[in-house]
Design a protein around this ligand. Structure first.
Ligand code: V47
Ligand code: SF4
Length: 376
């Protein structure tokens, strides 16, 4: 760990870092940077400098700990009424690659994890035209019946907005009902980039940024925490990224309900934005570092390894990241269908620990609320 005095003296004596001196001082004093300062960092700061500052923030917030959990996913359907251009996952119900899990299939899958020490089930899928809030509730209920001690993290704000609106309920009423069924938290999906002009180009027909934020606010107010994501590396500008993060930071000031922030790199296979290609690793790491520097009020920064790949996940642990998600057990298709390296995403606890140790960090198994389960 570098101490503050060493970093301050390095920054004070470096001519190259002169333009960033006031930003550096703010970060080292634990003060908040502005959207404009974040844009300056995105546009001009080099990777080494960003890594140093982000590492400082991560060590103040989380020491050397790097978290993971034992989890699996349930993806009940890839049929979706929406048509996001970056999505390689959704299919029309007539497509041979589409699927719909019945309640008994979901129960059977959950039952197969009875003896596996899992602490979290992550449920997310397409927005099925025929499903409603009661069906979502029954999915949660039967997972809890098979696995009473697991935390169910379920349904993106996009899925929730659709079924809650369909039931003519307020977001708070909808979240209250799902909490009663056993919902523990909601995942961060569907946020993409909040800016409406960008949304119109990449996901015109689904919930707006404001609706995403309103669903998460309602969830927090009902005592259901959540995660926040940002889909980057497509048509958005740095200003869009900084403004997106500001909206999340503002909501966190109000509710304190976000557990972690998860940047998601756009993967470019088999979707309508494939022509854009993908950003490189250096851009990924710069984005993690600036996220860590920006969020003074969100405790954890996650690199989702099935999306990023194992090698880059290890690198991300030196650029602000303190969480790498979980074992997954080959139960998600969102990223393999979009061209991610791991076509069968699965990691044992030993493999997760090895990645963390090889990055010089300390592996800690957590539950969904970041309570320590076991230190390795
Ligand atoms: O909202 C879809 C993204 C999200 C692509 O909360 C893509 O712990 C990149 O939100 N390239 C769903 N990204 C997944 C998600 C998530 C993942 C892991 C952990 C958590 C959590 C949440 O996946 C979507 C969208 O932003 N996505 N297609 C793609 N081609
Ligand atoms: Fe549907 Fe989600 Fe894919 Fe958009 S990203 S098309 S909402 S499954």
């Amino acid at each position: 760990m570098l101490n503050n005095d060493k970093i301050i003296s390095y920054i004070d004596n470096s001519k190259a870092l002169e333009p960033f001196r006031s930003i550096s001082k703010k970060v080292l004093n634990g003060s908040r940077i502005t959207v404009d300062e974040a844009i300056v960092l995105f546009e001009t700061a080099d990777l080494g400098y960003l890594g140093m500052l982000a590492n400082h923030v991560r060590e103040v917030k989380n020491g050397d700990n790097a978290y993971f959990n034992k989890n699996f996913h349930v993806e009940p359907t890839n049929t979706c009424i929406y048509n996001c251009k970056f999505c390689s996952y959704h299919k029309h119900s007539s497509d041979p690659e589409s699927w719909e899990m019945s309640l008994s299939e979901i129960a059977k899958l959950s039952e197969s994890y009875k003896d596996k020490d899992i602490t979290e089930v992550h449920v997310v899928g397409g927005v099925h035209p025929k499903w409603d809030i009661d069906y979502y509730g029954r999915i949660i209920q039967l997972i809890k019946k098979q696995l009473p001690n697991v935390h169910v993290k379920a349904f993106s704000a996009i899925e929730l907005e659709y079924v809650i609106k369909k039931a003519n309920l307020s977001y708070r009423e909808g979240m209250k009902i799902l909490k009663e069924y056993g919902l523990g938290s909601i995942p961060g999906g569907g946020a993409e980039i909040f800016d409406q002009e960008v949304r119109e180009k990449i996901c015109a027909d689904k919930a707006t940024g404001k609706q995403w934020l309103d669903v998460h606010e309602a969830s927090h107010l009902e005592g259901v925490p959540s995660n926040a994501t940002m889909l980057y590396g497509h048509i958005e500008s740095y200003k869009h990224r900084a403004q997106h993060m500001e909206a999340i930071r503002d909501l966190q000031d109000k509710t304190g309900g976000f557990n972690c922030f998860i940047p998601l790199k756009f993967r470019a296979q088999n979707n309508k934005l494939a022509y854009l290609g993908e950003v490189g690793t250096s851009e990924d790491l710069r984005n993690y570092a600036i996220s860590r520097i920006f969020f003074d009020n969100i405790q954890h920064l996650k690199a989702y390894w099935p999306m990023l790949g194992k090698q880059n996940t290890k690198l991300a642990l030196s650029f602000g990241v303190d969480d790498i998600d979980g074992t997954i057990d080959d139960t998600t298709k969102i990223y393999s269908m979009a061209g991610a390296e791991d076509q069968k995403p699965i990691m044992t606890v030993d493999m997760l620990c090895e990645i963390i140790r090889s990055a010089g960090r300390k592996p800690v198994e957590r539950d969904s609320l970041y309570r320590v389960v076991k230190e390795y």
